[in-house]
Ligand binder design. Structure first.
Ligand code: 3EB
Length: 352
């Protein structure tokens, strides 16, 4: 992603490079997302950030400073101007007058769970706090959510944890008078190896265009086969801030209509997923009325359920996207048992 008119910029870095650049950027940093199997010394740093417990399987073409097999990878968001830091409830955030980045990590406390599961309660509490903060600071529009939780596919209290998460999320959207269909933010939701419920978000003053995929039923319209409440996210959000267009492609998987395709065939799932992303990019370009985005310019974060599938997924991506592929591959659990991988992506382009 490049620089936008609002000065919003993101970088993909290995941890050493993240340490150096976050020091250089200092008060212009907005926040960061770091992924590694081992803990990272993030506590010393006052930039709002999350650590997600996921093994880094590979990094392709990210930056000259990044080795192909780093232990930790980070996404660092920054502004062209000074940021203001704050805390609201359990949220830590920074904002620059145009964009707000925040993080919240909640342990699932059992005392919440009188009527519902602990994860459902924690999710609702996290999202209610986020929406309160957005109202308080005057950043009405969420561009993107990142959601991570341990044991995403495990049943507890008679319901899969991802489905509990969907209940808590939708309840918070409704309680906060937010849409739960149509104009909803882009998102991802993945299973980490451990750690608390972790939500990061990017919000701003520009109303994003919610992009759907004609090959897929909108996730907010999924039937009840996938849980008592549909997931609340759009397939992508397009933020047109003036001289720059930013595209946030949600976690995308091998789903056509609402049905998982190619169970147990990770190569075919990767091809189907890339066909979905191509359709999302085309839908975004149609909204703009110009060929603004193309698959070879995006940054991809690829979540692979089984580490042993890495080379198959990587080979399909190299073949379909080409030599300019920029991607980070992480080991993660995906939110349907039969999905073996999922890809999210992003790009920023000048609004020619
Ligand atoms: C899917 O298409 C795959 O619950 O926020 C992708 C992106 C998925 C976001 C979410 C879930 C979410 O349904 C799963």
């Amino acid at each position: 992603m490049g620089v936008s008119t609002t000065g919003l910029e993101s970088r993909q870095l290995c941890f050493d490079e993240w340490m150096r650049q976050s020091g250089v950027l200092n008060s212009r940093a907005l926040g960061s997302l770091c992924y590694s199997s081992a803990p990272l010394p993030l506590a010393d740093c006052d930039i709002p950030g999350i650590h997600v417990a996921m093994t880094v399987l590979a990094a392709v073409n990210i930056s000259a400073a990044m080795s192909t097999q780093p232990d930790a990878v980070c996404e660092l968001w920054s502004s062209s101007v000074q940021t203001v830091a704050g805390q609201y409830g359990e949220i830590r955030y920074r904002h620059d007058g145009n964009t707000l980045f925040g993080v919240i990590q909640l342990d699932e406390s059992a005392d919440d769970a009188v009527q519902s599961s602990a994860l459902q309660c924690s999710t609702e509490r996290a999202y209610r706090q986020i929406f309160e903060l957005l109202d308080k600071l005057g950043y009405p529009y969420v561009y993107r959510f990142w959601n991570y939780m341990a044991d995403i596919n495990r049943d507890s209290d008679g319901l899969e944890r991802y489905r509990q998460f969907n209940l808590g999320r939708q309840d918070a959207f409704i309680a906060s008078a937010r849409n739960v269909a149509g104009n909803v933010p882009a998102a991802c939701a993945l299973g980490a190896a451990g750690g608390p419920l972790t939500v990061a978000f990017l919000a701003g003053h520009v109303q994003p265009l919610a992009i759907e995929n004609p090959r897929q039923l909108s996730a907010y319209e999924y039937p009840q086969d996938y849980g008592p409440r549909s997931p609340t996210f759009s397939r992508a959000s397009l933020v047109r801030s003036g001289a720059e267009d930013m595209l946030f492609v949600s976690g995308t998987a091998s789903i056509v209509g609402h049905v998982t395709m190619h169970a147990a065939d990770v190569a075919a799932q990767t091809r189907e997923t890339l066909a979905n992303i191509a359709a999302i990019i085309q839908a975004a370009n149609e909204r703009i009325g110009q060929l603004r985005f193309s698959p070879d310019q995006l940054f991809y974060r690829v979540y692979v359920r089984h580490a042993a599938d890495l080379e198959i997924v990587r080979a399909v991506m190299q073949t379909q996207i080409g030599a300019s592929l920029q991607a980070v591959f992480l080991q993660a659990d995906v939110c349907r048992q039969d999905l073996l991988m999922e890809i999210e992506a992003g790009a920023s382009q000048p609004a020619a």
